[in-house]
Design a binder for this molecule. Structure first.
Ligand code: F6R
Length: 246
């Protein structure tokens, strides 16, 4: 794992956007894995700014999001489909048909998981996967205890995840308790992974990631087994940690 320590959220966003833009320019047909949540919002803003200024094109890019809440349709403001449209897709020249997010309102959710996994395989997998990390170590919505061999599946959200994500809802009771997420093995099949980390609330998770063992009780630890991971983390998340990385 390569770690790039930056000053703050703004610098993390800038560096991450530059990283992604370079990859898109190198391979205009790149398959990008995308994340939601607070961490990548600044990065997406920078991608939009760059698109407007430098006309970096996403016309031939295909995206796959990590996860979606179960029970929310794409029109629901709290769905990840809505989030991605608002935060990125509506502002760049991507073909919406090339943007894939699990359908959380699917009538047969198990079938939807299978469809998503098969779709990923059909496209030959993800070239560059963007990840955030939960304070409990989740990646995607793979909560602690998730099997490393898991594929796209239904997950019961951990209480800490529900608490953390309640900030986007009117009331905590409105936060869905289940989600569809790419599995750990799905994520690990990505050719390359870019993990973005910002803020004091992630410091403990970073300490475990950098210095702990690889264990299913801390899902992000699996990234140590991946050959091509870059972490862009700000000072608040990593400063002072004993970093033993390769
Ligand atoms: C989002 C996702 C999650 C988030 C994580 C961190 O699609 O899969 O793993 O990356 O919960 O969320 P934030 O960025 O809001 O701290």
């Amino acid at each position: 794992m390569k770690i790039i320590e930056v000053k703050d959220y703004s610098e993390m966003s800038q560096k991450a956007a530059e990283y992604i833009i370079e990859k898109v320019c190198q391979n205009p047909k790149i398959k990008l894995g995308l994340a939601t949540g607070g961490t990548p919002v600044g990065t997406y803003k920078k991608l939009i700014e760059d698109h407007q200024k430098n006309r970096t094109s996403y016309q031939n890019v295909t995206t796959f999001n990590l996860d979606e809440y179960i029970g929310l349709s794409g029109e629901n403001k709290n769905s990840y489909r809505y989030f991605m449209d608002e935060q990125l897709f509506n502002h760049i020249d991507i073909n919406k048909q090339n943007t894939n997010i699990p359908r959380g309102d699917s009538k047969d959710i198990e079938e939807e998981c299978q469809r998503y996994e098969e779709l990923l395989a059909k496209y030959g997998g993800i070239d560059l996967q963007i990840l955030g990390i939960g304070s409990n170590g989740h990646i995607g919505f793979n909560e602690p205890g998730t099997n490393f061999t898991s594929q796209t599946h239904v997950i019961e959200l951990a209480p800490s995840t529900i608490n953390a994500n309640a900030r986007y809802f009117n009331r905590i009771e409105e936060v869905p308790t289940k989600a569809v997420t790419m599995g750990i093995s799905t994520i690990m099949k990505s050719k390359e992974i870019l993990l973005l980390v910002s803020g004091e609330t992630k410091k403990q998770a970073m300490s475990k990631l950098l210095n702990g063992n690889v264990t299913e009780s801390f899902p992000a630890s699996v990234l140590k087994n991946h050959p091509y991971v870059t972490i862009i983390a700000d000072k608040a998340a990593v400063s002072g940690l004993m970093i033993h990385s390769e």
